[in-house]
Ligand binder design. Structure first.
Ligand code: PLP
Length: 392
């Protein structure tokens, strides 16, 4: 069938493909330990659910303003100011159908045919495809395992060319858990501002950082707001992945253009989800602290577990809920991590995402957004798989 050249530029999300394969196993009755999903295993907090239920009961079930209801835009900028010290106005805020939608719209507003977008690698699976769909060329900036996969201003400066339009930084990072320090982030911002390129900061994991790191937004740098687009999401912070609410904070003309695009595609995010989001941003944040403390326990456990496999190295993630160990010294005849991931699912009933999906062959991504008991069981299976491989 003849489809557009545009749609053929992109691939289905590799992480969603792993999820589908794991689901197939589970549906046939297999007990899969699933390290695949990039979503919190905690329920949405009750007060947020209640806000959604109340919205239905009060008939808040109609179209809303395309870029989100006025109280929510106001709540986003006030929450962001309180959390990070930014100074946006509601006119500089658009609410979208999740953070991914906000990134998609921002890139489509800023990148045109032939433009280049710098993406530190390993990268979140969707960045390159979103850039390609917009007509741009993703240009990868390789980060190093020995630097904890943190991108530096020097690396960015070196990668900028005449066609560079945009840099996308995701800190805390999916898949590596890398957190760019405020000092380095400031230097990266300064390079972008000096060289006249946009900095798109994806802060979807902003609140999941481990001590001594602290939540940080590049938007808190005085004078930075005219040169940056800040994208956030309620998905991870408030355990609201299915509600689909995210936002972008950017200069007014960028927000207006994003709203225009939204007006001709999705229209407003679901009205009910917007009211739930309002409840989240105006309510208590203790669920975030509870989740972070639990993630910190799990991080220790899984880090020790993967490092115990002969030949595996793994920097400690400073944020998010992923470890990204290097298995290239542990492959023992297995050709690559794509095959290793497949074998782990088939033989050990362990779902992980191969590094190839993130531009980093040799690695596997383990999400530890699953219980301590399941992590222990998964690590036992992993150890058994490699013991058997060593004996074979
Ligand atoms: N950015 C990163 C780095 C992510 O990992 C994700 C989701 O996994 C998103 C953005 C988008 O999340 P959502 O669209 O649910 O807000």
């Amino acid at each position: 069938m003849q489809l557009t050249e545009r749609i053929n530029r992109i691939e289905p999300s590799a992480t969603l493909a792993v999820a589908a394969e794991a689901e197939r196993y589970k549906a046939s009755g297999v007990d899969v330990v699933d390290f695949g999903p990039g979503e919190p295993d905690f329920p949405t907090p009750d007060h947020i659910k209640r806000a959604g239920i109340t919205a239905i009961e009060q008939n808040c079930t109609k179209y809303t303003a395309v870029g989100g209801i006025a109280p929510l835009r106001k709540a986003v900028v006030e929450w962001h100011a309180a959390q990070f010290g930014s100074r946006y106005t509601p006119a500089e805020c658009v609410v979208s159908v999740g953070g991914k939608h906000a990134i998609f719209n921002a890139v489509n507003v800023l990148v045109q045919d032939g433009d280049e977008a710098l993406i530190p690698s390993p990268y979140w699976v969707s960045f390159p495809d979103i850039v390609k769909y917009a007509g741009g060329r993703p240009m990868f900036v390789e980060t190093r395992e020995r630097d904890g996969f943190c991108v530096t201003a020097a690396q960015v400066e070196k990668a900028i060319g005449p066609r560079t339009r945009l840099l996308i930084v995701n800190s805390p990072n999916n898949p590596t858990g890398a957190v760019v320090s405020p000092e380095e982030f400031t230097r990266i911002y300064e390079v972008c501002a000096r060289r006249g390129i946009w900095l798109l900061s994806d802060e979807c994991y902003s609140h999941f950082v481990y001590a001594p790191s602290r939540p940080f937004s590049v938007a808190s740098i005085p004078g930075s707001q005219p040169n940056i687009v800040t994208v956030g999401s309620l998905s991870k912070t408030f355990s609201m992945t299915g509600w689909r609410v995210g936002y972008a904070l950017a200069p007014e003309p960028v927000v207006a253009a994003m709203c225009k695009l939204q007006s001709q595609s999705t229209s407003n995010p679901t009205s009910i989800a917007q009211y739930a989001a309002l409840g989240a941003l105006q309510g208590p944040m203790d669920s975030v602290a509870t989740m972070l403390a639990e993630y910190a326990r799990r991080r220790e456990l899984i880090l020790n577990g993967v490092r115990a496999i002969n030949g595996v190295t793994c920097p400690a993630p400073q944020g998010a809920f992923y470890v990204f160990p290097n298995f290239s010294g542990a492959l023992r005849g297995i050709p690559d991590t794509l095959t290793l991931a497949r074998q782990l699912l088939e033989r050990a009933h362990l779902a992980v995402v191969p590094g190839e999906a993130f531009g980093a062959p040799g690695h596997l991504r383990f999400s530890y957004a699953t219980s301590i008991e399941r992590i222990e069981e998964g690590l036992r299976r992993l150890q058994r798989f490699f013991t058997a491989a060593a004996e074979a």
